[in-house]
Design a protein around this ligand. Structure first.
Ligand SMILES: *Cc1c(COP(=O)(O)O)cnc(C)c1O
Length: 401
């Protein structure tokens, strides 16, 4: 890499800047950063915090240790996920978009797929439900209106349009308010066709058995995998790296015959996850099955207490002020992010430093990502591991002129 940078610098007649060019190139490599934005699932920082550790070594990805024959890379983790959400079976693909693509491709056949007009959504990054449907080969049958859709609209579409599937899509990143009416998964389950639910966010169970105490209020209207299946969805599709707090993955969970049909479709091979993802997912699911929410970084950040954050913020502000920096502990608000829960925020605590220091912090050896409010830099500690507080103090202090 250094040779190629040197060649570029020579070709550009910019030899004296070769070291700066090399540093800029190094900056583009993947590196751990401190997320002081207070956005728990930060899209640009890979959504949920990634836990991964693996020495070089072989593992039984597709070897059935009991028989010595070729096995399925999916089987074990799929079973664990199914157990965690109360599904008959589960299949893992690369992301939630892929899970919708595969489920529609494998199950729609020649028949239409009914979707409410209020759910023909764009999630971001080009995920648009009508486009994904078109790519899957499924024929979209729009039902109801933008603000109001009723069960009778679905029934009519099924009777008139040779519809063989109904799709429910969670309005993850927007809300329709006012004169509205929507059809729940439970209502859709009374229809004569299988119901697929794309819930996106991947909250595994609304009762949050992995947390001490009751489920947090901010989850009140968030669909959960287990409850969506209980409401009668035949398949639920969700992301691994949103509220589940695992690696990037898409999961299809529900009826065993439908999951098997997805697994048999030619697209399943193209969309299958690698061993690294399956292994990280197995670790994450293990934490859920042991009801150990504290072991999942996303849930740790989401449930950390505000007084604890305030104490850390005050200590940090005091140290910085002692070094002559204009810093103050403040109350602030964190958000879930990642295109989930658009109206939710939680109280948090952080440090406000006079002036905009975003560029300096981001360009530190250990990059720190923060936000600017009213011309001051705000570091929200909810998304920062307490072990990184000292790094923040050192970086901010070193950046002082
Ligand atoms: C986020 C989301 C998706 C896309 O998930 P990826 O894992 O990013 O592919 C699809 N559907 C819904 C409802 C979502 O919220």
């Amino acid at each position: 890499m250094l040779v190629s940078v040197a060649r570029e610098a020579i070709a550009a007649d910019d030899v004296e800047n070769a070291p700066a060019r090399a540093r800029a190139r190094a900056r583009r490599m993947l590196t751990p950063v401190i997320n002081a934005t207070g956005v728990l699932l930060h899209t640009n920082l890979g959504r949920a915090p990634l836990a991964h550790e693996q020495e070089a070594g072989y593992f039984n990805l597709e070897l059935d240790l009991a028989t010595g024959k070729r096995g399925s890379r999916q089987a074990a983790v799929g079973e664990q996920i199914a157990l965690a959400v109360g599904a008959e079976a589960a299949l893992i693909v690369n992301n939630c978009a892929a899970s919708v693509l595969l489920a529609l491709g494998a199950l729609s056949g020649d028949t239409g797929v009914a979707v409410s007009r209020s759910e023909l959504v764009e999630i971001g990054g080009g995920f648009r439900v009508p486009d994904v449907m078109a790519q899957s080969g499924a024929r979209l049958v729009e039902v109801g209106t933008t603000n109001r859709t009723r069960l009778a609209d679905f029934q009519r579409a099924i009777d008139e349009n040779d519809v063989g599937l109904a799709l429910h899509v969670h309005q993850s990143n927007y809300k329709i308010v006012g004169f509205t009416e929507a059809v729940s998964v439970a209502q859709m389950a009374t229809l004569d066709v299988p119901v697929l639910a794309d819930i996106g966010s991947g909250l595994l169970d609304a009762t949050c058995p992995w947390l001490d105490g009751p489920p947090p209020n901010w989850l009140a209207n968030e669909p959960a995998v287990r409850q969506t299946l209980e409401a009668g969805a035949d398949l639920v599709m969700f992301s691994g790296d949103k509220l589940m707090g695992g690696p990037q993955a898409g999961i299809i969970a529900g009826r065993a015959d439908l999951v098997a049909a997805c697994a048999k479709h030619p697209l399943a091979r193209a969309l299958r996850p690698g061993g690294l993802v399956l292994s990280a997912l197995q670790t994450t699911i293990g934490h859920y099955l042991r009801r150990d929410g504290d072991a999942i970084a996303f849930w740790r950040s989401a449930s950390v207490s505000v007084p604890y954050l305030t104490r850390r913020a005050e200590a940090m502000a005091t140290t910085l002020a002692g070094a002559g920096i204009s810093a103050k502990a403040i109350e602030t608000k964190s958000v879930p992010g990642g295109g989930t829960l658009p109206t939710v925020s939680f109280p948090s605590a952080g440090v406000r430093i006079q002036g905009d220091h975003l560029d300096t912090l981001r360009n530190a050896d250990r990059p720190i990502v923060a936000r600017v409010e009213d011309g001051s830099t705000v570091l929200d500690l909810r998304t920062v591991d307490a072990d990184d507080d000292q790094t923040i103090i050192d970086t901010v202090t070193a950046a002082q002129p």
